[in-house]
Design a protein around this ligand. Sequence first.
Ligand SMILES: [Zn+2]
Length: 145
Amino acid sequence: MVTSSQCLKKWGSPSTREDEGAYMVVWDVPEYITKAIPEIPRRIYCNTQMIVPLETAFLNIINRGLTNLIKTWDGCFDIRRKRGRNSWSLHSWGIALDINAAWNGLGKVPQMPMQLVECFTDAGFWWGGTWKRKDGMHFQLAYLN
Ligand SMILES: [Zn+2]
């Protein structure tokens, strides 16, 4: 699993943002995705390493006929600490995303269908619903390149 200390080493502190342009990008989401899943924004500000896994996850969702399971897109890049913790959330480097947040609150029993979870884990994401303190809305890159 990717940790915030790995990200700190690779990209530096998210609070300074001086090198953000080196790894963050505005991704113009392909139209075939936003047409099939209207909840997905047309542009996503994310880490360059997110583009291939994220497009793969969306493709899995479309190919497996699960587009109706995406209820809300709840964001990717956001500089913040993990709630109640001191370490940085991986959202701070744009390598995490939240979906269906209203039904999958932090510390609650996730209401995320497993077929949907697998669309992301098959594409190279780690699901927050497996953690001891469950974060069912949350997916983050399982590996860094
Ligand atoms: Zn999250």
